[in-house]
Design a binder for this molecule. Structure first.
Ligand code: CMC
Length: 391
């Protein structure tokens, strides 16, 4: 049968080569195409970072203009997708809806699903990046029972998302630029993170030759879990459950108790064992948003700040190298903007779509094999079938 390396959780197995993203978890370094995330967050914007991930280089001014225009012109979804939405219960979790509608997009593009055709791959990537905010906002509108808002070509990617989330045909206020910038940062900081669970899922699904919409739907399903993208939603639920600064010690004790499965959501990371560089940028953005909205004294925020302080000073968290991760602060920002908690992971998925599709494209463009892990069999040795009446 041969010998296999046993590596549950892929703690030490590299499954592919990639040029997209570099992480040094010990030093808290994250680079896209060689550029530090801190510089991209400060100087670049989400769509420019998308271009970088898809093409390997930052765009020139004219390349950027063309790319932004292409994405802007692909933001609408087929009207039958709107009808598909209406089939879901209004209280359906938006991630459940996203798993369905993103996979269903492939049924609209039969003419451009040849994965061996580079033009087809490109247009699928553009469609996915462009349509994710539209679909995300449609989940929210479906839930609250308001009409779907069409995207507006006059707005930037992030402005457009907030317009489709919060505008109505009766009242479509101008988008606050501080909030639009914060949204753009959330998308940018989630753009890619090398071989995390959802990206590895997209690669594995893609290795069978599945179409990109189906692969991204698989990524969305994986992202949903609370140990991955679902953590931003879990952070807010946890802060609400803690309820008051006076209860924090009780929850911290639970998190430290080996016999209690409770974990502090938004703390710890498989790769970052020093700090999460995205969390640093997100924290600054969080302060800006709360100041802009006059929410510095928000009680939930007071709990979050105290929790952060305890975790940074407590021996358990120091020894286990558990730092606040990106989801800790992004949840607080989105809550302040007025985004419902169950939409948080959908927003993570929207930002991460470029990473998923860039990895899928990278894999398909080079020689690859179908992903097929082996196992250590721990079941019975051969035995004879027992007739049902003798069991
Ligand atoms: N609270 C309390 N204890 C923790 C936590 C936490 N948040 N995270 C890890 N530990 C402990 C864990 O109990 C274990 O202790 P011991 O060595 O005594 O068994 C030790 O730290 C190592 O944990 P692990 O689960 O073996 O580490 P991992 O690399 O497999 O898991 C993680 C990483 C992110 C799943 C985990 O830290 C966690 O569950 N965090 C909370 C959920 C969360 O915030 N996830 C978002 C991750 S960032 C966004 C993304 O990329 O998706």
């Amino acid at each position: 049968n041969g010998y296999f390396t046993y590596d549950p959780g892929f703690m030490s197995t590299a499954a592919c080569e990639s040029k997209l993203t570099y992480i040094d978890g010990g030093k808290g370094v994250l680079l896209h195409g060689g550029y530090p995330i801190e510089q991209l967050a400060k100087e670049s914007d989400y769509l420019e970072t998308c271009y970088l991930l898809l093409n390997g280089e930052l765009p020139t001014a004219s390349q950027k203009e063309e790319f932004v225009s292409i994405i802007t012109n692909h933001t609408m979804v087929h009207e039958n997708i709107a009808r598909f939405f209406r089939g879901f219960r209004s209280d359906a979790h938006p991630m459940a809806i996203m798993c369905g509608v993103v996979g269903a997009l492939s049924s609209f593009y039969h003419d451009s699903l040849d994965i061996n055709n580079e033009e087809h791959r490109k247009i699928s990537a553009h469609r996915l990046i462009a349509k994710m905010p539209t679909l995300a906002a449609m989940c929210h509108k479906h839930h609250v029972g308001q009409p779907f808002m069409y995207p507006s070509n006059k707005l930037s990617y992030s402005e457009n998302f907030l317009h489709m989330m919060f505008g109505t045909p009766c009242d479509d206020p101008e988008v606050n630029p501080v909030l639009a910038r914060a949204m753009d940062k959330i998308f940018l900081l989630h753009a890619d993170h090398e071989q995390n669970a959802s990206t590895s899922t997209v690669r594995l699904a893609g290795s069978s030759g599945a179409n990109p919409f189906a692969c991204i739907a698989a990524g969305i399903a994986t992202l949903w879990g609370p140990a991955h993208g679902g953590a931003n939603e879990a952070v807010l639920n946890m802060l609400e459950e803690i309820g008051s600064v006076d209860n924090i010690d009780k929850f911290v004790a639970k998190a430290k108790d080996k016999n209690d499965p409770f974990r502090l959501m938004g703390f710890g990371h498989r790769v970052y064992k020093n700090f999460d560089p995205r969390a640093k940028v997100m924290k600054e953005t969080c302060d800006e948003v709360l100041k802009e909205l006059g929410l510095e004294n928000d009680p939930l925020l007071a709990i979050a700040k105290r929790l952060e302080q305890i975790a940074l000073e407590d021996d358990y968290f120091i020894e286990k190298k558990l730092y606040p991760n990106v989801d800790f602060y992004s949840g607080i920002i989105m809550k302040a903007i007025g985004i419902p908690t169950d939409m948080f992971t959908v927003i993570f998925a929207t930002g991460r779509t470029v990473g998923w599709i860039a990895h899928w494209h990278e894999m398909i463009s080079s020689p690859y094999k179908i992903g097929r892990p082996r196992q250590l069999y721990t079941g019975y040795t051969p035995r004879d079938y027992v007739p049902i009446e003798e069991r």
